[in-house]
Design a protein around this ligand. Sequence first.
Ligand code: DQA
Length: 155
Amino acid sequence: MNENGYFAIINGPNLNRLGRRDPATYGTAPLADILTAASGAAPDYGQRTFQSNCEGDIIDAIQQATDDSRCAGIIINPGAYAHYSHAIADAIRDAREAGRAVVEVHLSNIHAREEFRARSLTGAACNTIITGAGGYGYALARMALAHHLNEARKP
Ligand code: DQA
């Protein structure tokens, strides 16, 4: 395990279907490949990945990361929960209060799609949102967290 700790990468519903699901919108790479590629960005930090189609399990994963002192930050793609889960937004707020920076990732540009996707309740609770960079968004999120940690360390 990396001495600087790890980033928890939490993925929500239907993201286990990446590679097969709507490739015109989400690309053809499976989630595992995207996350392996992302781990090369900001290599001072490790990563632990989690995916679930269930809201409560996602909240449990956020709480676990929040309570683990080795967790240096959280990256979350809540899938469609982004647009209506006050419960996940509250868990993110709790993580922030506990000192974890949180970055939300969407592969697609949620502002360029159906109107209901343009609003992210969970994103409003995060430090940063990355949307529309495809799978590379996870690498960008790692860099954003590393930058945030560097800034926080400055006197
Ligand atoms: C998504 C965008 C959501 O609107 C959608 O429901 C998803 C994927 C994205 O990564 O672009 O499941 O979070």
